[in-house]
Design a binder for this molecule. Structure first.
Ligand code: FAD
Ligand code: SF4
Length: 496
């Protein structure tokens, strides 16, 4: 703590975003380039170096937050990078994408705004790349043991990097043509540009991890064959089975799942397509689902030039302050948050029906109606109470010629045959069952990430990847693993 009074004298300042009018005309990250470094050391000074740092408790990675806040306030970037990389393989991803449960748990939030922990993390990570503080770390010697990791999202990549560095020979199998899981084709470039991903993948290749893209395990290569070929298998296939909206009119043309829409937009940014076949350009767009995936659709539709965009959330509008009875500090509260996409929608008034941003809260979809060609034209909704009961007299329609369903995901997809081929047990929730050592019911096969935990966050995915790597290392060597294991399979975010 370079300045013991920093939290009293310095107000919180975040990495400024570019003006809305400017940023909606491109797909670059929303933040002002170079806008973080000039403010960040002073911000890190606000950290009180708490005796019991709840920021650290709230982070599944166990990030050493007070330590790197101190190092950044003293501008010792190399040491800060070492401390950051000691607990997080990919801080440039979480520094941009994490909803920052650490900030909700920061002791300062008891009576003032939290330390900008996520910004500090991002500044260290970016500086580490610029100054080459985090070069490839290939193992000193090979163990002679082999591991197949199925899935290249943050879970699979973290597991693969840890196991490679421990000396095992690791191949990552990915069904898509490019690596990265949801960070590649789900999350839009305005939240995280893909060169961050490429840079890490290059580092991993240099360390010795092998990648096999465009390979669906279960179809292009048999799951049982993979199990026979490798000493261990890690299933990190994500929770990609999306939830449906079974209401009349669902079959009309122009109604798409978010994870059909977003990958096409991402492919345009990658240069694979000239234009998306499912574009919002000139259309009245309604997004059904109030979560982050819906917000990503919103930002994408705004950039594609939608005529209007509205986002429906079935929950009532949360308050501005945390509910001290149900979600007291240091838990992560459900409060009204204005993401960059919502800020854009509010400024541009994309949804004339909604005030501050594009969202209509407590809104439930009743049905869709279409034109003579079978294309959706209207969405009929009703307001609901807290128990989702329709409120009489509140039915209304919205113009809708593109509807995007962003209703969440139920578990791993089963269409590829992987689960059946291995005979893997599922939990009653439809996720992969595993024991306390991340092991499935099939010997030598481990499960991690959203596929086993259910839909979650990148920070949890990286923590899962690190922990499953420790479990696999123990399985392969028979001795205690030196790899860190930040979470157990049944750990959950802090709640009352
Ligand atoms: C649109 C969207 C936006 C999000 N935004 C954020 C955010 O801003 N911040 C945040 O923290 N979290 C966000 N999340 C959640 C986060 O992306 C996930 O929790 C995280 O990616 C899960 O990581 P994973 O590695 O377990 O799975 P995934 O990232 O889903 O990766 C699984 C990989 O396995 C591959 N695969 C599946 N089956 C097979 C097979 N049979 N053979 C070979 N490969 C296979 C898939 O193609 C995929 O690449 C978002 C999610 C979505 C959908
Ligand atoms: S809880 Fe907040 S103030 Fe305390 S050590 Fe963590 S970041 Fe610093």
């Amino acid at each position: 703590m370079a300045d013991p009074k920093g939290f009293m004298t310095t107000p919180r300042r975040e990495w400024p975003r570019r003006p809305v009018e400017e940023r909606v005309r491109d797909w670059h990250e929303v933040y002002v380039p170079g806008g973080l470094l000039p403010i960040i050391s002073k911000q890190a000074d606000r950290c009180m170096d708490c005796g019991v740092p709840f920021c650290h408790e709230a982070c599944p990675l166990g990030n050493l937050i007070p330590e790197w806040n101190d190092l950044v306030s003293r501008e010792d970037w190399r040491a800060a990078s070492d401390r950051l990389h000691a607990t997080n393989n990919f801080p440039e991803f979480t520094g941009r994408l994490c909803p920052a449960p650490c900030e909700a748990g920061c002791v300062l939030t008891i009576n003032q705004p939290a330390v900008t922990i996520k910004n500090v993390e991002c500044a260290i990570a970016d500086r580490a790349w610029e100054e080459r503080f985090a070069p490839p770390r290939p193992p000193d010697r090979l163990s002679g043991r082999t591991v197949a990791v199925i899935g290249s999202g943050p879970t699979g990549l973290a597991a693969a990097q840890q196991l490679t560095r421990a000396g095992h020979t690791v191949a990552v199998y990915e069904r898509d043509d490019r690596l990265g899981g949801l960070m590649r084709y789900g999350i839009p470039a305005f939240k995280m540009e893909k060169h961050h991903l490429e840079r890490r993948l290059e580092q991993m290749r240099a360390e010795g991890t092998k990648f096999r893209t465009s390979t669906v395990v279960g179809q292009d290569v048999g799951a049982a064959e993979l199990r026979a070929r490798y000493d261990a298998v890690v299933i990190a296939t994500g929770a990609t089975a999306w939830r449906e909206l079974p209401v009349p009119g669902r079959e009309l043309a122009g109604i798409h799942q978010a994870m059909v829409y977003l990958p096409l937009a991402n492919r345009v940014c990658e240069g694979d397509l000239e234009a998306s076949p499912v574009s919002a350009a000139g259309r009245h767009v309604v997004i059904v689902g109030g979560g982050d995936t819906g917000a990503d659709c919103l930002g994408t539709a705004v950039r594609q030039g939608a005529a209007s965009v509205t986002q429906l959330d079935i929950y009532a509008q949360p308050g501005a302050e945390r509910d001290e009875d149900t979600e007291p500090w240091p838990t992560y509260p459900k409060v009204y948050r204005l993401s960059a996409a919502h800020e854009e929608a509010g400024d541009l008034r994309t949804a004339p029906a909604a005030d501050a941003d594009a969202r209509l809260f407590a809104a439930s979809t009743l049905r869709f109606t279409g034109d003579a060609d079978g294309h959706v034209r209207e969405l009929h909704l009703v307001e609901v109470d807290a128990r989702r009961r329709p409120l009489p007299g509140t039915e209304r329609t919205l113009p809708a010629d593109l509807v995007l369903l962003a209703l969440g995901f139920s578990g791993p997809s089963q269409g590829d045959g992987l689960i059946a081929q291995l005979g893997l047990d599922l939990t009653p929730r439809g996720t992969l069952a595993r024991d306390r050592a991340f092991a499935t019911n099939v010997p030598g096969v481990f499960a991690a990430g959203d596929a086993a935990r259910g839909q979650s966050l990148i920070v949890w995915a990286i923590a899962e990847g690190r922990s499953v790597a420790a479990a696999v290392d123990h399985h392969l060597t028979g001795g205690p693993s030196r790899l860190p294991s930040p979470i157990g399979p049944y750990d959950r975010p802090m709640r009352v």
